[in-house]
Ligand binder design. Structure first.
Ligand code: AGP
Length: 611
């Protein structure tokens, strides 16, 4: 997804912009560019190109840009193909005004026609170019840049974070935000803008979080932020406490591997202050018996991996708390006219807190009167700020596109939530809770034990890398782990894989089982063991190879599988946290073995901020 960085200060803008863009690479992009004000020629000069940031670096080597004011962008195409022309920044006719934009201008076609009627010419197919041209149009009337920007935001519809510079004002960046993240970094005689923190963490930890419909005027010594009526807004400085190392690879070959190995700490962080001896404390979320009694319908809404974490939550709440819960993919939930009222609780799960469908689903629920509870990783993200309650997943920045540690953190939080509800409604005793608490506290070291067996999984990769189709099967919680395992393999290994409820195989998909098929059977739910292994046997007898994930000490499984990965024993509720980790490592090694770009898989973006 697109990324923005901007610089105004005493230093050279280009190295800061390029550094920032490199930190935004993980968001997924197909082109990149910078616009820099040149003190000598008094022009805004643009350099942009399709492809990787290295291509931009090469281009800048041939035609260097120099200046102390600039904006940069990584683009993930939405309007018009990835190309040099469609790359950002976009400018008004004579490159007087340059704009970078994240989001989508929904009414750009009508505005484009209007401007074309006035004689404006367009070079690109993008929606963003109309923003630059429209600012130019209003600016040409009274040479008041700020007022031109305000007029433009009255005209444009959709979502946008904008960075704007103009050759008539070489001391400033104007930044605007609506439904797309934007922060302002505060430095000494220099200030920054960015669509997300890693882009500026090398330079500052002090930021202003720009809210929807705010416009900021940023010079090297000053930042002023206005609401959409033009009144100045006073902001608190937000201190970013991430370790800069946390946003970098720390010696691992890939962000994904680093993030996989961070999971013991992530689990520990998520339980540390929450698992109390006499119950569970979920940050500032108040969910006592009285609150819960006001709720008669619960939805869990999310996308992708976060949705699978939501499914674990649903399963546990239903099974342990005995309250019905619907889990819905956000892009479906939004359009089905869901039954929502003041007695509805909508739990949204999102790593980024910016996923367009999840955010829209949450807003829809709020509008209909629901109470919303967000399980979010990115502090200060839109979902985190707009939800009625937030539980942070404390996973730190997740850079690899394929989610690993964020999923684990989400599952831990959903398990805590289920336990909290169960305790409040007296569905489990405090003694039972304490037993589960003891098991939870062991999880970080159990995750470590799995990580220590990475070489075993690497051997499986060598054995199964030639598989043409992969089925992931399981029952109950194991089925949910299968869904996430299968998604991971698709995302980064680009292998066709299907998750199936093991009992469903016979109802159709078994016809696809043949000798080149790999079946990954997850069998941690011992009450379902006999049923699951009988499905594995059916696959094996049709020529498939079977790789099982089972609990330590289950020697019986060897009869049904070609290979087994054993995970340490734990309470049945907690098995998804452990059983998912070998799936992550397997997908990682399969992707590497197939020569894929693990951290930036094709066609995918880290944060899906378009519908
Ligand atoms: C996970 O590996 C995927 N990249 C994707 O499914 C992701 O989980 C989904 O887009 C939801 O993102 P969110 O958690 O940031 O809302």
């Amino acid at each position: 997804m697109c990324g923005i960085v901007g610089y105004v200060g005493k230093g050279d803008a280009v190295p800061v912009l390029m550094n920032g863009l490199s930190k935004l690479e993980y968001r997924g992009y197909d082109s990149a560019g910078v616009a820099v004000y040149d003190d000598t020629s008094k022009n805004v000069n643009i350099c942009k190109t399709k492809g990787r940031i290295q291509n931009l670096q090469d281009k800048l080597y041939l035609t260097p840009l120099k200046g102390r004011l600039g904006i940069g962008h990584t683009r993930w195409a939405t309007h018009g193909e990835p190309s040099d022309i469609n790359a950002h920044p976009h400018s008004s006719g004579k490159e007087k005004i340059a704009v970078v934009h994240n989001g989508i201008i929904e009414n750009y076609m009508a505005l484009k026609e209007e401007l074309m009627d006035k004689g404006y010419k367009f070079l690109s197919e993008t929606d963003t170019e109309i923003v630059a041209q429209l600012i130019d149009y209003y600016y040409s009337k009274d040479s008041n840049l700020m007022s031109a920007v305000f007029k433009v935001i009255e005209r444009i519809e959709g979502s946008y974070a904008l960075g704007i510079i103009c050759s008539d004002f070489p001391d400033r960046i104007i930044a605007v935000r609506k439904d797309s993240p934007l922060v302002i970094g505060l430095g000494e005689e220099e200030n920054f803008i960015a669509s997300d923190m890693p882009a500026i963490l090398n330079y500052t930890r002090n930021v202003y979080l720009v809210e929807d419909n705010e416009v900021a005027l940023i010079t090297k010594d000053n930042v002023k932020i206005f609401d959409n009526n033009g009144s100045e807004v006073k902001k608190e400085v937000f201190k970013v406490d991430w370790d800069i190392e946390a946003a970098e690879k720390s010696g691992y070959d890939h962000f994904m591997l680093k993030e996989i190995y961070e999971q013991p700490k992530v689990v520990k962080d998520n339980i540390a202050s929450r698992l109390l001896d006499d119950g569970i404390s979920l940050d500032k979320v108040k969910l006592d018996k009285d609150d819960i009694s006001k709720i008669d319908r619960i939805y869990v809404v999310a996308c992708g991996t976060a949705y699978y974490a939501g499914l674990v939550g649903r399963y546990l709440i239903e099974r342990v708390v005995r309250r019905p819960v619907s889990a819905e993919v956000a892009s479906e939930f939004r359009y089905k006219d869901p039954i929502i009222d003041e007695k509805t609780l909508v739990i949204v799960v999102s790593q980024s807190g910016e996923t367009a469908d999840t955010l829209a689903a949450m807003r829809l629920a709020q509008k209909a009167g629901a109470r919303t509870l967000a399980v979010v990783n990115v502090v200060g993200s839109s979902i985190a700020r707009e939800a009625d309650d937030v539980i942070y997943t404390l996973a730190g920045p997740e850079i690899a596109v394929a989610s690993t540690k964020a999923f684990t953190a989400q599952v831990v939080v959903m398990s805590l939530l289920a336990l909290k509800l169960a305790l409040e409604l007296e569905k489990i005793s405090i003694e039972k809770y304490r037993q589960i608490k003891t098991e939870m506290e062991k999880l970080p070291s159990l995750v470590n034990k799995i990580l220590n067996k990475e070489p075993v999984i690497k051997r499986f990769m060598h054995k199964y890398i030639g598989s043409k189709n992969v089925f992931y099967i399981g029952r109950g919680l194991d089925y949910i782990v299968s869904m996430e395992g299968s998604l991971k393999l698709k995302e980064i290994a680009y292998l066709h894989s299907e998750p199936y409820a093991a009992g469903e195989l016979k109802h159709g998909p078994i016809s696809l089982i043949e000798e080149s098929t790999l079946v990954v059977g997850v069998v941690t739910q011992e009450e379902l063991f006999e049923k699951s292994v009988s499905n594995m046997r059916e696959c094996k007898s049709r020529g498939a190879k079977v790789l099982a994930v089972a609990m330590d000490g289950n020697s019986e499984i060897r009869k049904y599988a070609d290979d087994v990965f054993f995970i340490p024993r734990t309470h049945w509720m907690l098995t998804p946290i452990l059983a998912n980790i070998p799936q992550q490592i397997f997908a990682y090694h399969m992707a590497l073995g197939l020569g894929n770009d693990v951290d930036k898989p094709r066609n995918l973006a880290k944060s899906v901020t378009v519908e």
